[in-house]
Design a protein. Structure first.
Length: 400
C-alpha cells in the first residue's frame, strides 16, 4: 500500500540520513522486527537494551512509510475524550490508557537524550479548543473529568484564548503535557545508535513467506535469503490489516500542509500544540524552525490515487479553516502531502500477541497517538517476552 503521497516535508528537509543494505545472506537472530518506522526503531532500541540479538527489516527504505508523513504531535489525549472513553471501556482502562500515553511522552524524551538525537524534541503544552458552540458543554465535561483524575489542565475562556493565542473559540482545555519531534529523524537516529550496539538493519527486504515451528520461525525474503528467529515483532502499522484474520481498524486519509518559515511567531504559538473538537478535527503546531504545520480534513480511505487527487482542494480548506481560527496569523503554504492512518473502535492500539501467529507480537499504534503508543509498546512487548505482568496488555489485547 502507498501510505503517503507527494514528498512529505520531513523527507525533503532531512534528505538521505543513513544507508542500509538489503539482505544478501541467511541470518539468525533472537528477535526479528518487521518495520523500520518510529515504532520499529523504538522496539529495536528496547530489544537491544534487553540483550536480544536483534535484526530489523523493511520492504521500503528506512522510515519511508507513515513515519515520513506524520505530523509528530505527542499528546496523551486520545481521539476519544476521556469522559466518553470511560463510558465506552470502563474507568480503569480509560484512565490507564490516558496516563500511559502521558508517561510515554517523557519516555520518548529519555530515548532522545540517550541516543543524542537532533530531532527537535520540545516539550509543549496542548490546547484542545471548541470548534462550535454545540461542543462547549462536552468540552467542559472533559475538562472536569481530566481534572478529577489528576491531569494538569486549565480552562481558558474566549477572551483568554484571543489574548494569549489569537484564537477564535468559545473555550479550551490547556494541558501541561505534550511535545513535538521530527519522527523521521528520530527513527533514523535510534537505528544508527543501535547498529553500533549490534542491531542488524536491512531495507528493501520484504517477507514473502513465513513458516512457524514450535520454537523457531523461518522467514523467506524476496532477496532469496532466509531469516531464522525465535520471535517476530510486527511494527507494520496500518498495512498489518492485510494479513490479520479479523478487521481491527478503519483506514482514513489525512492531509497536512506546512508553511514557509515565519520569524514573527509568538512564544505561545511556538510552545503549544493545537487541536479542536471538530469532526474531523483540525490540528496544528509550530516546528522548531518557525514553520506552522496544519492538518486534518480526514475522510475514509478508498485508494491512494483518489486520496491524492484531493490535495489541492484539501490545501485550500486547511488554509481557510486556519485563517478562521487564527485570523491575525499569516500563513504562506510551502509543502502539502497526504497520508493514511487508521481508527479503532475505542481509539486504543493493538499491542500484544495474536492466537493465529505463534511466537509473534504486534505493536500497532493506530489513531492520533501512534508515536506515544509505540513508546508504550517498547515496555509492554518486552514484558510479554519475559513473561512479566503488564496490566496494559489486557486493555490493548486482540479480541477485546
Amino acid at each position: 500500500m502507498n501510505v503517503r503521497s507527494n514528498e512529505p516535508f520531513w523527507l525533503v528537509q532531512n534528505g538521505l540520513l543513513h544507508n542500509y543494505p538489503s539482505l544478501h545472506q541467511d541470518i539468525h537472530c533472537d528477535v526479528l522486527i518487521v518495520g523500520s518506522g518510529i515504532t520499529g526503531s523504538l522496539m529495536a532500541h528496547a530489544c537491544i537494551k534487553e540483550g536480544y540479538q536483534t535484526a530489523l527489516i523493511d520492504k521500503r527504505e528506512i522510515a519511508n512509510g507513515s513515519t515520513s508523513a506524520t505530523t509528530s504531535m505527542l499528546q496523551y489525549e486520545l481521539d476519544t475524550p476521556l469522559h466518553k472513553l470511560i463510558d465506552q471501556i470502563g474507568e480503569a482502562a480509560a484512565v490507564a490508557s490516558y496516563k500511559s500515553c502521558r508517561e510515554a511522552i517523557y519516555k520518548i524524551q529519555e530515548v532522545v537524550n540517550e541516543v543524542k538525537s537532533c530531532c527537535g524534541f520540545e516539550l509543549k503544552k496542548s490546547l484542545y479548543f471548541c470548534a462550535q458552540s454545540k461542543d462547549l458543554k462536552d468540552l467542559k465535561k472533559e475538562y472536569e473529568t481530566r481534572k478529577q483524575y489528576g491531569f494538569d489542565v486549565q480552562w481558558l475562556e474566549e477572551d483568554q484564548l484571543k489574548a494569549q493565542y489569537g484564537i477564535v473559540s468559545q473555550g479550551a482545555i490547556l494541558s501541561a503535557d505534550g511535545a513535538s519531534i521530527d519522527a523521521f529523524k528520530l527513527a533514523h537516529d535510534i537505528l544508527y545508535y543501535n547498529v553500533q550496539k549490534g542491531l542488524q538493519v536491512f531495507d528493501k527486504t520484504e517477507s514473502i513467506k513465513i513458516t512457524y515451528q514450535k520454537d523457531k520461525i523461518f522467514l523467506k525474503t524476496q532477496t532469496g535469503h532466509a531469516i531464522t528467529t525465535s520471535k517476530i515483532i510486527y511494527c507494520t502499522g496500518y498495512e498489518t490489516q492485510h494479513f490479520l484474520p479479523e478487521k481491527i481498524v478503519k483506514l482514513k486519509s489525512t492531509y497536512a500542509c506546512i508553511s514557509e518559515v515565519q520569524h514573527t511567531l509568538s512564544p505561545a504559538l511556538k510552545d503549544t500544540l493545537f487541536w479542536n473538537t471538530g469532526k474531523p478535527y483540525l490540528y496544528l503546531r509550530a516546528t522548531d524552525e518557525g514553520r506552522i504545520l496544519i492538518g486534518g480534513e480526514d475522510e475514509d480511505f478508498k485508494n491512494a490515487n483518489k486520496r491524492d487527487l484531493l490535495l489541492d482542494r484539501k490545501e485550500y480548506k486547511l488554509k481557510k479553516t486556519f485563517q478562521e481560527v487564527m485570523p491575525h496569523t499569516v500563513y504562506h503554504a510551502d509543502f502539502m502531502w497526504a497520508g493514511t492512518f487508521g481508527e479503532t473502535k475505542d481509539s486504543l492500539p493493538y499491542i500484544g500477541e495474536h492466537t493465529k501467529f505463534p511466537n509473534s507480537y504486534f505493536v500497532l499504534g493506530f489513531g492520533g497517538n501512534g508515536i506515544t503508543f509505540s513508546a508504550i509498546g517498547m515496555t509492554l512487548i518486552i514484558d510479554l517476552i519475559n513473561k512479566q505482568t503488564n496490566p496494559l496488555s489486557h486493555f490493548f489485547r486482540f479480541g477485546r
